[in-house]
Design a protein around this ligand. Structure first.
Ligand code: SF4
Ligand code: SF4
Length: 159
């Protein structure tokens, strides 16, 4: 077998997230990277003086905590003005994304978590690992924004 053929065969064995930069992924590849954990939808507070972000254990009121799906997905950025739409070029600006977030990990050159649906073929292992908002969040529907500080889970230092 020629060297170039061998190389091509090897590349075909490598999963796309290991050899394709975020900016070169197809729409389908990009969407499949999201594990649907919902952890990016936790309410956050920001200290205007220090830039420190406090991530709470309260989920956005639009997150369905059973399915971890956004109830307003198609119009989310119109309806919720603090909702962000992740793009290949914007991931680096959101340093508050959870460490398990596939986009954050790929950008940092890290492997996907072993429970990621792309590796396991389903979300079963992810649920088993307790890696979704359903496992740790309370719904934002019943929490007044002024009370969010009571539910601070962890802080993310400013960049
Ligand atoms: S944290 Fe990342 S992987 Fe999880 S739902 Fe949000 S964008 Fe998707
Ligand atoms: S509007 Fe939807 S996507 Fe945006 S933070 Fe809320 S639940 Fe998440």
């Amino acid at each position: 077998m020629k060297k170039t053929e061998k190389k091509r065969e090897h590349q075909a064995d490598v999963p796309f997230w290991e050899n394709t930069p975020l900016s070169r992924m197809t729409r389908k590849q990009w969407e499949s990277l999201c594990d649907g954990c919902g952890l990016c939808c936790m309410e956050k507070l920001e200290d205007a003086d220090t830039g420190v972000i406090y991530v709470t254990s309260v989920a956005c009121r639009y997150l369905d905590l059973e399915s971890c799906r956004c109830r307003i997905y198609e119009n989310r950025t119109y309806i919720n003005d603090v909702c962000v739409e992740l793009m290949p070029g914007s991931v680096e600006h959101y340093h508050w994304l959870p460490e398990t977030c596939a986009y954050r990990r790929i950008l940092a050159g890290k492997p996907l978590p072993s429970w990621h649906p792309l590796i396991c073929g389903s979300a079963k292992q992810m649920k088993k690992a307790g890696a979704t908002a359903s496992d740790r969040a309370i719904s934002g529907e019943s929490i007044h924004p002024d009370d969010l500080y009571r539910f601070i889970d962890y802080e993310v230092p400013s960049k």
